[in-house]
Design a protein around this ligand. Structure first.
Ligand SMILES: C[S@@+](CC[C@H](N)C(=O)[O-])C[C@H]1O[C@@H](n2cnc3c(N)ncnc32)[C@H](O)[C@@H]1O
Length: 254
């Protein structure tokens, strides 16, 4: 991998620090106890960075997401980012409560509000499967699970994905994902592993080196059908620290 590509991540880090440093510092001045709570500090930084960059973070992936979600996100959808056309209930899972106001406002532009009863904003992590199941009113309540660049940050991701699919997704329901994952190129994978300890510290646990698509494909006896593909023009030979895979998997009916 060219060094310029391997170190381009530092430019992203610099932009993120530019966006997140001042508001995070001001939050610390208002509430110095944040210094003793690294995960809250990380939430604060990430919320400010995402406010500035979230919308334009991955323009190259927009066509893939637009092709994946509006067509396939139907019924009760757990997560965010889906087109509302066929969605009857939008369950947004977001453990960082500093992002909730923004999510509420965004969901409202698509017609989803708590007052109307078609938006449920849960302050849980994806790993809190029992709490999610209970908030949804029972097991197997979601018609669609949507994961958009989120599994990179979830603790125990393989176990968490398996539990969500087993306990939360309906038989016959769909898992849709768009994630940056471990590259098939050994040199790129080396750099992804190299940067991950720095990157995850800055970005609320985000890891560059997770083979999420492989974990999903390998879930034993779960899928009726499934397909993985990539962004247009993002082939296996690409020198990309953020190398993406898109997936559409349908759970067996029973
Ligand atoms: C890169 S952002 C992507 C947000 C959104 N899906 C999008 O595409 O704009 C990653 C999100 O995952 C959330 N996150 C972090 N840990 C999580 C967890 N354990 N469970 C669910 N979401 C988590 C972060 O708070 C953040 O909002």
């Amino acid at each position: 991998m060219k060094l310029s590509a391997a170190f381009s991540i530092l430019l992203q880090l610099r932009s993120a620090i530019w966006a997140g440093f001042a508001p995070t510092l001001s939050a610390i001045v208002r509430n110095p106890s944040l210094l003793w709570h690294p995960s809250e500090l990380s939430h604060t930084f990430m919320a400010h960075v995402w406010k500035v960059y979230g919308n334009g973070a991955d323009l190259r992936g927009r066509p893939a997401k637009q092709a994946l979600l509006p067509e396939n996100a139907t019924g009760v959808v757990l997560d965010i980012g889906a087109d509302p056309a066929k969605v009857i209930k939008y369950v947004a899972l977001e453990p960082n409560q500093l992002m909730h106001d923004e999510l509420r406002a965004l969901a409202a532009t698509k017609g989803f509000t708590e007052a109307a009863g078609n938006l449920l904003l849960l302050p849980y992590g994806a790993e809190d499967t029992a709490l999610i199941t209970s908030a949804l009113g029972g097991a197997h309540s979601a018609d669609t699970l949507v994961c958009i660049t989120t599994i990179c940050s979830v603790p125990e991701p393989e176990r968490t994905l398996a539990a969500l699919v087993r306990d939360v997704l309906k038989p016959g329901g769909a898992l849709l994902f768009y994630e940056h994952v471990l590259s098939p190129r050994a040199d790129v994978a080396w750099w992804q592993r190299f940067w991950t300890p720095v990157w995850r510290r800055a970005f609320d646990g985000c890891c560059l080196d997770r083979p999420t698509h492989v974990w999903v494909e390998r879930m034993p006896g779960v899928w009726k059908e499934g397909r993985v593909w990539g962004n247009e023009g993002e082939g296996e030979e690409e020198e990309q620290l953020f190398w993406h895979r898109v997936g559409h998997f349908v759970k067996k009916a029973d």
